[in-house]
Design a protein around this ligand. Structure first.
Ligand code: AMP
Length: 187
C-alpha cells in the first residue's frame, strides 16, 4: 500500500464534505489554540459511517491484529474501525485510569505535557497494531503511544488520524512509520 499524502487518502469530494462538518473553535482550551472539534461530524450519521468506511477501506489490505485508540477521542472511532477490520481494540489512557498493571510514557502536547498508559498485557509480542487518534498536531502524543506498543513488543503497522495540522509537522516525529490523515489543515 502506498502511503497517502495528507488529505489525499480518498476521494477529494469526500474530504471536502467531511471537512465542512468539523468545527474550529478559537482560543480553546486556552488562548492561541484553534481547536478542531469533531463532535459536529460525529453527530451526522451518514458522515460518521462514511468516515469509518474510508478508514476501513484504507486498512483492509493490511493485517491488523489490534487497533489502539488514544484517550479520549481515539476511543470514539477506534472501536468502530476495529469492528470493521475484525481486529481487537486496546485503549491507551491518561494516568491512573487503567485498573491492572500498566506501562507508561511521558510526552509533550501542543498545550502542556502529559503521560499515557497501556495495560502491560494489552499487546502480545509480534502483534500488528494500528494506532488511531482524532488529530495529529506536534506528533508527541502519537509518538508516546508508539513507544508504549513497542515496549510491549507490538509492531506499529501505521497511524491513522482524521485531522492533521500539517504546519506543525507532527509527521516528522513519526518518521519510518506509515502515517495517514484524512483531512489536512495548512494553518
Ligand atoms: P500532539 O501530541 O501535539 O500531536 O497533539 C495531539 C493530541 O492533542 C490529540 O489527542 C488531539 O486530540 C489533541 N489536540 C492537539 N491540538 C489540538 C487541536 N488544535 N484541536 C483539537 N485537538 C487537539
Amino acid at each position: 500500500m502506498t502511503p497517502a499524502a495528507p488529505g489525499q487518502w480518498q476521494n477529494p469530494q469526500d474530504c471536502a464534505d467531511l471537512k465542512q462538518l468539523i468545527r474550529a473553535i478559537p482560543d480553546w482550551p486556552k488562548p492561541g489554540i484553534l481547536f478542531y472539534d469533531i463532535t459536529t461530524l460525529l453527530k451526522n450519521g451518514p458522515a460518521f459511517a462514511r468516515l469509518i468506511d474510508i478508514l476501513a477501506a484504507h486498512y483492509r489490505s493490511l493485517k491488523v491484529d489490534l487497533v489502539a485508540g488514544i484517550e479520549a477521542r481515539g476511543f470514539i472511532f477506534g472501536p468502530a474501525l476495529a469492528y470493521r477490520l475484525g481486529a481487537g481494540f486496546v485503549p491507551i489512557r491518561k494516568p491512573r485510569k487503567l485498573p491492572s498493571v500498566t506501562v507508561s510514557a511521558k510526552y509533550a502536547l501542543e498545550y502542556g505535557s502529559d503521560t499515557l498508559e497501556i495495560h502491560q498485557d494489552a499487546v502480545q509480542p509480534g502483534q500488528a497494531v494500528l494506532i488511531v487518534d482524532d488529530l495529529i498536531a506536534t506528533g508527541g502524543t502519537a509518538n508516546a503511544a508508539a513507544q508504549l506498543v513497542e515496549t510491549l513488543g507490538g509492531k506499529v503497522v501505521g497511524f491513522g488520524f482524521i485531522v492533521e495540522l500539517t504546519f506543525l509537522k507532527g509527521r516528522s516525529r513519526l518518521s519510518g512509520y506509515d502515517v495517514n490523515s484524512l483531512l489536512a489543515y495548512d494553518e
